[in-house]
Structure formats: structure tokens, C-alpha cells
Design a protein around this ligand. Sequence first.
Ligand code: PLP
Length: 401
Amino acid sequence: PASIFAAVEMAPRDPILGLNEAFAADTRAEKVNLGVGVYYDDNGKIPLLAAVRAAEKARLEAQPPRGYQPIEGLAAYNGAVQNLLFGKDSALIANGQVITVEALGGTGALKVGADYLKRLLPGATVYISDPSWENHRALFESAGFPVETYPYYDAATRGVNFAGLKARLESLAPGSVVVLHACCHNPTGADLSDAQWNEVVDACRSRGLVPFLDMAYQGFADGIAADAVAVRAFSTSGLQFFVSSSFSKSFSLYGERVGALSIVTAGKDESARVLSQVKRVVRTNYSNPPTHGGAVVAAVLNSPELRQQWEDELAGMRERIRAMRTGLVEQLKAAGVAQDFSFVIKQRGMFSYTGLTAAQVEKLKSDFGIYAVSTGRICLAALNSKNIGYVAKAIAAVVKV
Ligand code: PLP
């Protein structure tokens, strides 16, 4: 009999994975992969943070049994997440208005949130920024939502088309879900100002929208508290909202899959009911989260010494990316590039929309072994003191022709 899989079609390849495969196959010694979405240190390696190493060592020595976690994960972890996002003196936390479940990275948090929202608001449309992290659309579509975009990036100013964004929000149907990058917008590096966040909050309130903040890079722009500006702006709004957060980048724990979904409700009683429903979503997906990553993050965040060490290491990552931004702009200038690239310094987080065209990106690859996404997005954290000069000269060569 014919195989039940005989008619299965090949799914489209993930564009970034395709890039990584091509990079791996490239034999040029000077090759550089700017297409990645992870932080590399100055040696081109993914760091294992000293604070993480210390917490892991203690955990290994304690040899804890590997029982199941509660469905919502580790209480010490969820509490630490709330403090980072909302601030430890948050009235919302004190009032019992925040529920948090440990999730499998930021992606897992988005997925649990999306699945729960589909039960809560089955007829809603989800709006994501144009452009957005490439998985947002597929993720919300896979939860059953129609997904549309709101204007975001303005190529002319290399900043946010805020008038367009605001006008779109003000035209949406009440109950629409709006996914917002809380900081370090991926892929553009263009963020809203504090004042603009307040306007977004007002628009969400006046239109009855459901904000879903995605916080994947807390601490990569200006610092832990400063980068929570969007969460804090919504916190004082009286609105209900969702926050997905991730420690993949800020703890350099990508493969451990450590994230969280937090939901702000109108009160303690509502929180209990909402949590009970979110737990059903988790229970029927993966039952409960894995132990290790969350235990390590909780140990770091709940120890004053390790927390300080982590904050210092996070600052080190943030400052190294900033130095690469400044260095790239200076070296492009030194290489005789007339075009003004100073916008790269103003962009925030790991990425920059460089404005390089698909043809220029292709030429970087063919002539120099430098790989980037065809949209011109580059990861600044893939630059280091050894390759930055080579990359600047190559970009200069492709933009000057
Ligand atoms: N959201 C955004 C905007 C991201 O850029 C990423 C990761 O690249 C994620 C979510 C997913 O994070 P995680 O790797 O923790 O699932």
C-alpha cells in the first residue's frame, strides 16, 4: 500500500537556517556570518556567563531530584521574572494582578499566550509590526488567528513611522491583538521613544485593543529598568495586557529555553481564573516546563552577589555591541564611504537595518564571504575586534560601486 506520507510536500526552508548552512559550507577563512540572531563575544563565541556557571555548579553539587515542576513552573523563577518586568515595587504585583508561567523561551511564551488568546477572543485579528521577527506571523497563524501588520519602519528616516503606526492603531477594531516589541526591535533596531509609548498606551485604551508585549532583549539597549519602559507604561494604564519574555539573550541560555508569559488582569480574583485557564493550555501542550534553565536563572536573580555579577556581564554585552556600532560607523567613514551611516549608532539591540540592498548583500557574500539576511539586517554582535575592519572595507566596497 502507498505510504501515508507519499503526497507530503517539502515545507519552505527557514531563510536564516539556509543562510547558516551556506555559511558553514563556505571554505573562505575570512568569512563572517552577520545573519545570526545570537550574541557572540569578542572571540566570536557564545559566552557562558560566570553568574550562570556559578549557579549551575551549585545546582550540580546539590544533586536535586528531577521531579515534575508545577504546571506554571518554579515560583521563585516566576516571581523574579515579574520583578524584572514590572519592577519589584510594582503595585500590580502587590495587588495580585500579574500572573506568570514559566515557558519554553520567548517563543514558547508567545505560543502559550497565543493559544490562550484564541480561546479568550476567538474572533480577533492579530497585528504585528511591518516588518517583524519572522516567526511572529507564523506563530499567531498557527494558533488560528488572521495576522495583519501595522506600519512600523520608515526606510527614509531609518526610524519608526510613528504617525502611520498610531493612525493604524486608532483604526483597529476593538478587541484586536497588537503585538509590540518592548525594546530592541527585531529586525530594524528602531524603537519608540518613552513619549511615543505613552501615545501607544492611549491608543490601545481608547480603541479597546489587547496589547501583547514581546520582550526578548531586556538589558540590551539601555539597561534592565530602562528597557522595561513599555511594560511600565502599560502597567500604569489600567489596561489588561500580555508580556512574553525571554532569557535566551540576556542570560546567554539559548538552548535551555528559558522564558515566561505574564498576564496583567484587573484583580486578584480574575488572576486566579485566568491562571487556571492558561494552565490548561500548558497542561495539554507539554504538561510542565523543564527544570534546569529556570532554576539557574532563579538562583542568579535571587542571590544579591550573582545578580550583580549578571548585571555586570549583561552591561558588558550591551557595551560591546555599542562599541561595534560606533566602530563600524567610524570605519566605514575611514574607508571613504560618503553615505551617512550614523543611524547605526542610534539603533538599539543586536540588529541593524543597514539599508543595504539585496544585491549588495549578495555581493558581500559572493566577493567577501560575508553573510547577511537579504533585507539588509545585520547582527552587530557578530562583529568583533578581529573582523570589524574586514567587514567595514567590504561594505564600503559594495556601497561605493
Ligand atoms: N521575540 C523576538 C522579537 C525575538 O527576536 C526572539 C528571538 O530571536 C524571540 C521572540 C524568541 O526568543 P526565544 O529564543 O527565547 O524563543
